[in-house]
Design a protein around this ligand. Structure first.
Ligand code: PLP
Length: 338
């Protein structure tokens, strides 16, 4: 099954591995799960995931570490977040132990797909939970499928951290204040595809969303949280009921505090953006993407050093990745050996 993988040329695209793991919930309980070869799911056409959007996902990574071992990064956080999503969408919850066990089993079964230490790659782990039972009336499914697949992915940055330009599109919102922006529901991404395409057409890598009610406060980028570093070195990130709580953001906040950097989680007026010395977008896939320009209509805000990343975000980025790859000790108990 395993063809030789050119670790250096891996991007972020789907590819087949040995197997995925799949569990079914029926009559109030989950089965024991099984490792399944192949990449297809046979699904009832009236499954609630397909027409009513009962569908949640997660994303985390396993790393080939310097000592030759494989470690997952904070899988318990993803387990809890998926449980919150499940509750909000009236889906069967995946217990934390079952989630972590699933992620371990599928990672273990695909060891040869874990990019070796030094290649800069990792094994991306994608858990999915969806209503697989049929309903015609609008109501929760009576059967759920929980599956986890893995894909080897390459280093995002080949050189140093490369900054990108972002745009605010005032004609779009990502999530309503009391809606589902704070959970990882599949439909949030469907809704962001069009604004993302518009941003791309205009030459921007990412779009930045403001609060849907007033367009006065910063929320987050399409698929990553917003971090601003002030001129006097404080870490500022928006607080809002419609932001997706990023594990990466929480990780960076903890590391920042331990470096003595004050952390502020509070509403961030858009008017404050020009004052930041550094701005970053953070998420599992890349950890931090520096943002060096934010455009909103005729307004062009330039941030940070032109050619590269600012020193604070650079230091935080290096620290997280060193913990992930086992180059630096993990005093927090964030990693789980597989
Ligand atoms: C998943 C996601 C993030 C990043 O979360 P991480 O846990 O850091 O990967 C940020 N914003 C949105 C909208 C997301 O769906």
């Amino acid at each position: 099954m395993k063809e030789r993988i050119d670790w250096g040329s891996l991007g972020f695209g789907f590819r087949d591995t040995n197997c995925h793991i799949r569990y079914t919930w029926r009559d109030g309980s989950w089965d024991g799960g099984e490792l399944v070869e192949g990449s297809f799911v046979r699904l009832h056409m009236a499954a609630t995931a397909l027409h009513y959007g009962q569908s949640a996902f997660e994303g985390l990574k396993a790393f080939g570490c310097r000592d030759g071992k494989t470690r997952l990064f904070r899988p318990w956080e993803n387990a809890r977040r998926m449980a919150r999503t499940a509750r909000r969408l009236c889906m069967a919850e995946v217990p934390e132990e079952l989630f972590v066990e699933a992620v371990r089993r599928v990672t273990d079964a695909n060891r040869e797909f874990i990019p070796p230490f030094g290649t800069g790659g990792s094994l991306y782990v994608r858990p999915l939970l969806f209503g697989s039972g049929p309903q015609l009336g609008v109501s929760p499914a009576l059967e759920y499928t929980f599956l986890v697949f893995v894909v080897p992915v390459g280093a995002y940055y080949k050189g140093g951290l490369t900054p990108v330009r972002a745009v605010v599109l005032d004609e779009y919102d990502r999530a309503a204040p009391r809606g589902v922006g704070n959970i990882k529901v599949a439909g949030n991404y469907a809704a962001s595809l069009e604004p993302h395409a518009v941003a791309h057409e205009r030459g921007f890598a990412v779009e930045l969303y403001l609060d849907a009610a007033e367009h006065r406060y910063v929320e987050e980028f399409g698929t990553s949280n917003f971090i601003g570093i002030t001129q006097d070195g404080r870490y500022v990130t928006p607080e809002s009921p419609s932001i997706l709580p990023s594990v990466t953001n929480r990780t960076l906040q903890q590391i920042a505090r331990d470096f003595g950097i004050p952390v502020e989680v509070r509403p961030v007026p858009f008017a404050e953006v020009p004052e930041f010395a550094e701005i970053g977008a953070c998420g599992t896939a890349v950890v931090i993407t520096p943002v060096n320009e934010i455009v909103r209509g005729d307004l062009v805000i330039r941030v940070g050093p032109r050619g590269g990343c600012g020193p604070t975000l650079e230091k935080l980025y290096a620290t997280v990745t060193e913990i992930q790859y086992g180059v630096r000790p993990d005093p927090y108990g964030w990693t789980l050996e597989v």
